[in-house]
Design a binder for this molecule. Structure first.
Ligand SMILES: Cc1ncc(COP(=O)(O)O)c(C=O)c1O
Length: 382
């Protein structure tokens, strides 16, 4: 078999030298402080059974979608689920994509056009950045969660009739766990006539009473141009949705290439999304349990005087900054030996010096597990 070109081999060598080489590991049975399964729904028997029931009721006993949604893949569950999602999320229309990554790529590559301008938070997810990189619009970053920085950048732009402005942020940041000042951003977007886009990947299923997300908790859904909600995290399944107006949906169906040129999600995946949202609609106790655990975690950090190491966050993501790839990997390995799975996040995924242990909290983590892992961490940091 031909080996790889020398430039690629050089990149791999550099990764190893920087202690940042990635490899695929088997999932562990350690105490989970690392998965995105915030509510434990990925292994819910109820959801599993409900999704099979939905498939049977709709006479959809097939394994694959058989094609793109514009060809043969648009099975009946898509309509049912998208209508349910639009209503649940209090918007006009919903369009399901195969993943959050696909949705961000497909949105940013097609919506902002040549001559337009995108302003994005400096810490937005790789999928947004990759979409922006494909887009023909110009893009500038603003300081993380900083309305003044955004305002500053916007006030320097000469607005012409032909120029559309887009502001992009996450509601809960995937690496820091902190939240965007969304109300400030809606005001700024109104002031400058910009379209606001919010990625709710880590807020879906977690914020607002039934898990509608932070946008609905703040009641600003009518001021947001587009939202991305993903299903692979708190909903415990797979896929993503873009929420917005009917015309935005029509536009994406016609021009968003990562939506058009791919095989649709199989019926089973869509049935699982629908089953999860039926449960969200009824109200599930896991959301409350997760928030109790977040409060307990924060209290324990204070008790152990660890606040200075942690980024302040009220979400399921609690990040402990431990500069240096080697150091953070060492501490994660020590925690593994004690039975806890907490993932080290290395540079270049985060900026050099901002390497961290990222604790993902879950509804199913016990208080005992939380206090135990933090006590061990405190000793390791001492
Ligand atoms: C903020 C954010 N947006 C989008 C995505 C991509 O979602 P998916 O995993 O469904 O591709 C992620 C996943 O890590 C994320 O954290």
């Amino acid at each position: 078999m031909p080996t790889i070109p020398s430039k690629l081999a050089e990149s791999l060598k550099k990764r190893k030298q920087e202690n940042a080489f990635r490899s695929l590991k088997k999932t562990s049975s350690l105490i989970d402080f690392s998965s995105n399964d915030y509510l434990g729904l990925a292994s819910s028997k109820k959801i599993y059974q409900q999704s099979h029931l939905i498939l049977k009721e709709n006479n959809l006993l097939q394994n694959g979608a058989t094609g793109s949604r514009l060809l043969s893949g648009n099975h009946i569950l898509y309509d049912l689920t998208e209508n349910f999602l639009a209503e649940f999320h209090q918007t006009e229309a919903a369009l399901i994509y195969n993943s959050g990554y696909d949705a961000n790529i497909g949105f940013f590559a097609s919506v902002p056009k040549r001559g337009d301008l995108i302003l994005y938070d400096e810490l937005v997810h790789a999928s947004i950045r990759d979409g922006i990189a494909i887009s023909r619009a110009k893009a500038y970053k603003f300081d993380h969660n900083n309305p003044e920085s955004l305002q500053n950048k916007l006030s320097k732009i000469e607005k012409t009739d032909d120029l559309e402005l887009y502001i992009v942020t996450e509601s809960v940041f995937s690496m820091d766990g902190d939240m965007a000042p969304l109300k400030d951003f809606t005001k700024i977007s109104e002031e400058f006539g910009a379209f606001l886009i919010v990625d709710e990947a880590h807020a879906t299923g977690i914020f607002s009473d039934k898990g509608e997300g932070l946008v609905q908790e703040l009641e600003i859904q009518d001021k947001v141009f587009a939202r991305l909600n993903t299903f692979g995290k708190a909903p415990g399944c797979h896929g993503a949705v873009i929420l917005g107006s009917k015309s935005l949906k029509d536009y994406l169906v016609n021009f968003s290439r990562s939506f058009i040129y791919t095989t649709a999600l199989p019926p089973h995946s869509v049935a699982t999304i629908l089953a999860v949202y039926h449960e969200f609609e009824k109200g599930i106790p896991q959301i409350q349990q997760l928030h109790q655990n977040i409060i307990f975690f924060r209290n324990q950090i204070e008790k152990l005087r660890l606040e200075k190491h942690f980024i302040f966050s009220k979400s399921g993501i609690q990040s402990c900054i431990i500069p240096g790839n080697e150091q953070v990997k060492n501490i994660a390995e020590n925690l593994r030996r004690e039975g806890f799975e907490v993932k080290p996040i290395l540079s270049p995924t985060v900026h050099k010096g901002r390497e961290r242990l990222r604790f993902c909290l879950h509804a199913f983590n016990s208080e005992e597990e939380i206090s135990q892992v933090l006590k061990i961490l405190a000793k390791l940091l001492a």
